[in-house]
Design a protein around this ligand. Structure first.
Ligand code: HEM
Length: 522
């Protein structure tokens, strides 16, 4: 084996030639990254550490080990970096025709920084106002605000999940939401569909009813200001725990997930194993995910059941809690709307009638209008989820645009919902627009724009929100029972602006406090 000293003594290069070789290697490394997009540690480590380290041998005889290493790494990375940025900003890049901020085109760090501040949804909306319907928001990422792109990009012949979704995996086994292969996704989606279809939902109804009743009872015993957002979160988490009870301990530890991941994973495995042993006593999500209904020929591995169980907790609790809290925020902000909804609730559920019995919900058009309007203005996943053309597909065309392979694409749900081409007075909270669109109210004077295809709070297509029916049922139950039992108002002196300022786009919206005063109506 040749030692470092021997190797360096064998190399006779002047500094100029050595610099040339190192610089060229930096350019080649960029080309290799682009060509093969390595995902495994070894090739990445070789290109980022191994190669420049080897190249440092070229100048060891002149400058010694330390300075040569510094020189090689500096030159190598400077040329590789310059080549990367130059290419990304050049007309040669496949996304060169799309406008966007230069800094975002040059580096994905920019959007990562924006996202870390929690205000990506607002930033994307501003970008669309400035640059148009298709904006380049990363070296290989587009944001789209064009409602006519929803069907071709997200429909059944649209694009699968983008690789960026994989970054959301906290476990070795990916969950449904990160599954990029469309065939595999469709297969894994089947038990979820069975778990949340109308029939299954009827079975869960008593559980949700019990939890909603508990929430109302608990709030009836509170006095003074209550943080409604927090109480609603307790409720939505409790409902999801009912579906994945064997994981309830797990999510209690979620804030410490980084620290205790290994220990938690092993505990989760144990719980899952014992759940397998004991079987299901109710037809909860586990029942369907673990194929206890025997609907699938092959049962999934425990890893998959575990990953999907955790997904249910993450996807099903915060989204519903934020959406419900936004609905109450909107209601309390507009006393007229509040009174009209209260009248509708009193009509279908007068005192003594069980407001948790869903039998009249379908007739409550004003309730639906308020829910829709609130989800339009404040979608729970405001920046949308990622899609990308399949490898080998050649890319995806829509309208006059083309999305090359390897391009992450998101339909910015908030920007689409707030686009005047889709909804008149788009930033106004105006529930009546939904009644007008259904012909239940006369149209206003002047033009009225209402594009139901542009309303996608639960996303669209084969990867849309599988828990939509459950979420809608939960929300209707809570709203109706609250309106029946309580008079509500914002806490004295509380500034409404706090709510909007505290809404953060962390894929799912994060929220602050919603302090309200509740008074019993009876
Ligand atoms: C108001 C409440 C909710 C909203 C607004 C909402 C919204 C969304 C959105 C926008 C997506 C992304 C879909 C895509 O990639 O295109 C999603 C996915 C998902 N949601 Fe929901 N969600 C809600 C409640 C729930 C509930 C209660 C559950 C129950 C567990 C749930 C489970 C899921 C799952 C499993 C996925 C991944 C679906 C897939 O990849 O096939 N969600 N949701």
């Amino acid at each position: 084996m040749v030692s470092f000293e021997t190797a360096s003594s064998m190399v006779h290069l002047n500094t100029k030639d050595a610099v040339l070789i190192i610089a060229t290697s930096g350019l080649i490394a960029h080309w290799a990254f682009r060509r093969w997009e390595p995902m495994h540690l070894r090739p990445i480590a070789f290109l980022l550490v191994g190669l420049p380290a080897i190249l440092s041998i070229l100048t060891v005889r002149q400058y010694g080990v330390t300075f040569s290493a510094w020189l090689a790494f500096t030159i190598y990375f400077s040329f590789m970096g310059a080549s990367i940025i130059g290419y990304r900003l050049s007309p040669l890049h496949p996304l060169a025709c799309h406008p966007g901020p230069v800094i975002a085109k040059a580096s994905a760090f920019w959007m990562a920084w924006v996202a870390s501040r929690g205000k990506r949804h607002i930033y994307l909306e501003q970008l669309h106002k400035k640059y148009g319907d298709v904006v380049r928001i990363g070296p290989n990422e587009l944001s789209i605000r064009d409602a006519s792109a929803i069907f071709p990009l997200m429909g059944s012949s649209g694009m699968p999940k983008g690789p960026g979704m994989v970054g959301r995996v906290q476990h070795q086994q990916s969950s449904l939401i990160t599954c990029q292969d469309p065939i595999e996704h469709a297969r894994r989606r089947r038990p979820w569909n069975r778990a949340f279809n109308t029939h299954s939902l009827k079975e869960y109804q008593p559980i949700i009813t019990r939890r909603a009743a508990q929430l109302v009872d608990a709030l009836q015993s509170q006095s003074g200001n209550v943080d409604l957002a927090q109480w609603i979160s307790f409720f939505t988490v409790a409902v999801i725990y009912e579906h994945v009870p064997w994981l309830s301990f797990y999510t209690r530890h979620l804030p410490y997930i980084g620290k205790d991941l290994v220990e938690l994973r092993s505990m989760a495995y144990q719980r899952t194993a014992s759940r397998y042993q004991n079987g299901s006593s109710t037809k909860d999500l586990f029942f369907f995910l673990s194929n206890e209904d025997n609907a699938e020929k092959v049962s999934p591995s425990r890893d998959i059941v575990l990953a999907d169980g955790i997904l249910a907790v993450v996807a099903g609790s915060d989204t519903t809690a934020t959406t419900l809290s936004n609905i109450f925020f909107s209601l309390l902000s507009y006393p007229e709307t509040y009174k009209r909804l209260q009248a509708e609730v009193d009509c279908y559920y007068p005192r003594g009638e069980n407001a948790l019995d869903p039998r009249y919900y379908v007739h409550m058009s004003y309730l639906d209008a308020i829910m829709n309007e609130s989800m339009r203005l404040y979608p729970a996943v405001p920046s949308g989820s990622l899609r990308a053309p399949l490898r080998g597909s050649g890319g995806k065309a829509f309208g006059k645009h083309f999305i090359p392979e390897g391009t992450q694409t998101r339909i910015s749900i908030r920007a689409v919902h707030r686009d005047p081409r889709n909804f008149s007075n788009p930033i106004m909270f105006w529930p009546d627009r939904w009644l007008i669109a259904e012909g239940l109210l006369p149209p206003p004077l002047g033009p009225f724009v209402h594009n139901p295809n542009a309303f996608i709070p639960f996303s669209f297509g084969p990867s849309n929100c599988v828990g939509k029916n459950l979420a809608i049922l939960e929300m209707r139950m809570v709203i109706c029972s609250f309106m029946q039992k309580f008079e509500m108002r914002f806490a004295d002196g509380w500034d409404r602006a706090h709510w909007q300022n505290n809404l953060e786009d962390l894929f799912v919206t994060g929220m602050g406090q919603l302090p309200v005063v509740l008074t019993r109506r009876d």
